[in-house]
Design a protein. Structure first.
Ligand code: ME8
Length: 507
């Protein structure tokens, strides 16, 4: 089972392009694995407890529960808009989760890893995290660039310090545990400096999961949040499902929350006696005008601002094709429009229009199932094979490389039409057989094209599939069989409207 997760998002505001990025990559990768024929469990959700949410609710004069119930709908809307295909959506206010938090923290306590002590220090509410004075930059939070607050409490602590050596050993023995490599190095040097125990509870807050052994404390929101990955896998009362699902194949996270996932979470799992996830894959930030897009900076662009212009597939394609998973990436409307017009309106969209147009014009959409395998067709076959091979980039979150590879098929198919000139063949009755072959090979390129674009652009791929008159869907898989370049079947294709209408950029 491929169990893949996104972070669970704080419902303190609606999701923006930055938050949507992790979910989008996870979706494309989940779809890739389904296409390969793997069983997949794709989880996302919301992180609903903690001080940040309690305050967001208070500012609106609402109870925290009423506020999160309201805002969680914005997440469902955004994921629907972007055709996100999660199998489960966990909310940390659900019973299945709160009971799991209590069970896991109890297991950590039973292991002797929890003790009580007083803590005082700077706290960033936006991060929901304590800092030490020397981690602050000019006295403010290094991530949110906002003032911190001094919090002082009697808290329960987790003996994180006891796990440094085991963590280092695990990372060394499993080089793929943290990716990309720069992030792994960062984690290693952080752990090598020694780990401090961390506070796992709050006595000053009521909006959280009560500690099972001391109801006057609630679990610290990050302890609560990380446990979602096992709650949703059935840790508490579905042993069979848990055994099939856990450990996760990959947790996808932004670089700002890497330490929670690559250090604290594995230590919690070790303490509770559970296996560690295979991989923590971390990406950079989406920037606008050089600044991190964020709720607290109020420079957010929402998926709903772009989808009406670019469609869900134009949106998905741009972020998967132009943002490398790892470094920071800059968002610009101009860059997105240029990419859309070049790759989708021109390369892919025109190919679809031309091919279906020719099939309708010369054969009323019914092209006989006759295949050619000559030197003219060789680049098509190679393009199809290259596209399938490149798709494996999704296994390492190399969405850009995967889609570059897919485009080799479309370039080959466009070049094939130019080289074989079916519009000339159509003028010579003696070439009717060759015209059938050329149309068949071109339709076959579209059929394979629909399959290999499905992880990135499911809606366009499914629309194309329907126009090709094929049974089932492009995502049915298994890829190794369905994407083999062969003979296009004797079905009837229909032209339809342009898949990707050009966007006028001079407005
Ligand atoms: O951190 N570019 O939630 P969150 C790219 N609840 N990614 C961005 C981004 C940007 N501009 N802005 C935010 C939390 N993100 C916790 C997670 S998981 C057990 C708990 C990403 O809503 C960010 O990097 O603040 C992070 O991965 C994710 O959005 C969640 O942010």
């Amino acid at each position: 089972m491929i169990y893949i997760t996104t972070p669970i998002y704080y419902p303190n505001d609606r999701p923006h392009l930055g938050t949507a990025y992790t979910t989008l990559v996870a979706d494309a990768v989940a779809r890739y694995w389904r296409l390969k024929g793997e069983e997949v469990w794709f989880l996302t959700g919301t992180d609903e407890h903690g001080l940040k949410i309690a305050r967001a609710a208070e500012e609106r004069g609402m109870t925290p529960q009423a506020w999160v119930d309201h805002i969680v709908e914005r997440f469902h809307e955004a994921w629907d808009l972007l055709d996100i295909s999660h199998d489960d959506f966990i909310r940390t206010t659900e019973d299945r989760h709160t009971a799991t938090v209590q069970a896991l923290l109890t297991a950590m306590r039973d292991a002797g890893d929890v003790y009580e002590a007083r803590y005082e220090g700077p706290y960033c509410v936006s991060c929901e995290a304590y800092y030490t004075e020397d981690q602050l930059v000019d006295g403010v939070c290094p991530i949110h660039e906002r003032p911190t607050e001094i919090h002082a409490e009697d808290n329960y602590f987790f003996r994180l310090s006891a796990y440094a050596d085991r963590l280092l050993a695990h990372i060394e023995a499993n080089p793929e545990f943290v990716t990309p490599e720069t992030r792994r190095n960062e984690v290693v040097s952080f752990v090598e400096q020694g780990l401090e125990d961390i506070s796992i509870s709050r006595a000053s807050l009521t909006w959280g999961v009560p500690l099972p052994w001391d109801g006057s404390h609630v679990a610290y929101v990050w302890m609560d949040a990380l446990i979602n990955y096992v709650s949703a896998a059935g840790y508490l009362d579905e042993p069979d499902r848990f055994a099939a699902t856990w450990p996760a194949w990959a947790h996808l996270v932004g670089k700002d929350i890497l330490r929670f996932h690559a250090i604290i979470w594995p230590a919690m799992l070790m303490s509770a006696g559970l296996p560690l996830p295979r991989q923590i894959a971390s990406h950079g930030f989406l920037l606008v005008g050089g600044e991190k897009m964020s709720k607290s900076r109020a420079n957010q662009i929402l998926p709903g601002d772009l989808v009406p212009t670019f469609g869900p597939d134009g949106y998905r394609y741009h972020f998967l094709r132009d943002v490398s998973f790892g470094p920071d990436g800059n968002f610009s409307w101009e860059g997105m429009a240029a990419r859309y017009n070049a790759d989708l309106a021109n390369d892919f969209g025109n190919l679809v229009n031309r091919t279906l147009n020719l099939a309708e014009r010369y054969r009323d959409g019914a092209v006989p199932a006759v295949a050619a395998d000559g030197p003219d067709e060789a680049p098509l076959r190679e393009g199809a094979a290259a596209a399938v091979e490149a798709l494996a980039g999704f296994e390492e979150f190399k969405t850009k490389q995967a889609l570059e590879g897919v485009w080799r098929l479309f370039r080959a198919a466009n070049a094939y039409l130019e080289a074989t000139e079916p519009w000339k063949l159509a003028k010579d009755p003696a070439q009717a057989g060759r015209l059938d072959e050329v149309l068949n090979a071109s339709l076959e390129a579209l059929r394979v094209g629909a399959i290999v674009t499905w992880p990135a652009m499911p809606r366009a791929a499914e629309t194309l599939w329907a126009r090709l008159g094929l049974d089932g869907g492009p995502g049915d898989g298994p890829l190794a069989e369905t994407a083999r370049f062969g003979t296009f079947p004797a079905v009837t294709v229909t032209k339809g409207d342009p898949l990707f209408p050009r966007i006028e950029t001079d407005e």
